[in-house]
Design a binder for this molecule. Structure first.
Ligand code: P6P
Length: 340
């Protein structure tokens, strides 16, 4: 240590994945390689986002995605980077992406033996990039059920309870990758000087309650009565329950979710006049975050049903979403179900 800074012990994501794999002696390593492929794509997208202001990748492609939303160039770039990384890695046989109307089979005509399905929101909240607000990627991973020889959309439409892993990358003041495989939730921060994700938030637990709520109150008039009552309740003075709550709404789900996961709080995107089914998509927004929040001790519902129990019918179907600290989600459910 003569004159040299003693490097703190740190664990890279790669090392963490290998350590986790050793808990499953029969594992072939395919899942570990899939997670690595995702982390490589995340680093590439991170690079693209960090330089967005410098090269012409702002603005839109002029195309609209299947939801009628103008596709930002970075949306398309992020989608392509993840598809390329997953195709190159060979462990994924089918991708469902917000940016693509149909599911994308990767092992065309049966070649390749990838047995994992990845659902993806390549860049959620991308309209925030050109105003320098954090955005994120969300991913959800299923196994191709044994009864399927080749991957089909039907094989992808599994309830969230069947996910083998879920995670997100938040491209914020630092870039973090947070994921679960059903053994708790762990967060890794990218050290750009060495290009490695370093374990920075081991075993994340969401506080049982909190005093932050995230919702677009511009839609207040179209909220159902129970939700209006919850919001009025949240704004009453009651020191014992930390009220009045604070609202924090960034307009970027991954960022709002990540802050609430660490500090406690609830994110709500209910049915509104403009989005009568809610705005968030079940397969690649609500399900992965519901898996993560439950693994961290929180709760996620559509106001009546557990998100992970919803049996999907369409790749891009939407759902109302109430997600975060267990007590806050239970409270809003009581208001929505007329019990308060
Ligand atoms: P609104 C971004 O488009 C997004 O899908 C989420 O990231 C965000 O929380 C929400 O929509 C914002 O929607 O209707 O409040 O602008």
């Amino acid at each position: 240590t003569r004159g040299r800074k003693v490097v703190e012990e740190f664990i890279t994501l790669e090392q963490f994945i290998i350590d986790q794999q050793e808990r499953f002696p029969h594992s072939t390593g395919a899942f570990s390689r899939l997670l690595r492929d995702i982390s490589v794509a995340a680093k590439i997208v991170n690079r693209d986002i960090r330089r967005a202001g410098l090269v012409d990748i702002f603005g839109t492609t002029g195309k609209v995605n299947i939801h009628g939303e103008v596709q930002q160039k970075l949306d398309a770039l992020a989608h392509e980077e993840f598809v390329r990384a997953l195709r190159r890695g060979g462990e994924c046989c089918l991708i469902g992406s917000e940016e693509h109307a149909e599911a994308i089979p990767l092992s065309a005509n049966g070649e390749g033996d990838g047995r994992y399905i990845v659902l993806l929101d390549p860049l959620d909240g991308s309209s925030n990039v050109d105003v320098n607000v954090s955005v994120g990627t969300i991913f959800s991973i299923y196994r191709l059920p044994d009864e399927y020889e080749t991957p089909t959309l039907e094989a992808a439409l599994q309830p969230g309870s069947k996910q083998v892993a879920a995670g997100y990358i938040v491209y914020g003041s630092s870039t973090m990758l947070v994921y679960t495989t059903g053994n708790g939730v762990n967060g890794f921060t990218l050290d750009p000087s060495i290009g490695e994700f370093i374990l920075s938030h081991p075993n994340i637990r969401i506080p049982k309650t909190g005093s932050i709520y995230s919702i677009n109150e511009g839609n207040f008039n179209s909220f159902e009565e129970g939700l209006k009552r919850f919001i009025r309740w949240a704004q009453e003075e009651d020191k014992a329950t930390g009220r009045p709550f604070s609202t924090r709404y960034i307009g970027s789900f991954v960022s709002d979710f990540h802050r609430n996961l660490l500090k406690g709080g609830i994110y709500m995107y209910p049915a509104t006049k403009k989005n009568p089914e809610g705005k968030l998509r079940l397969m690649y927004e609500a399900n992965p975050m519901a898996f993560i929040v439950e693994q961290a001790g929180g709760r996620a519902s559509d106001g009546h049903r557990r998100i992970l129990d919803i049996v999907p019918e369409k790749l891009h179907q939407r759902t109302p979403l109430f997600i975060g600290s267990e007590e806050l989600v239970r409270t809003v459910e009581e208001f929505l179900q007329g019990k308060r």
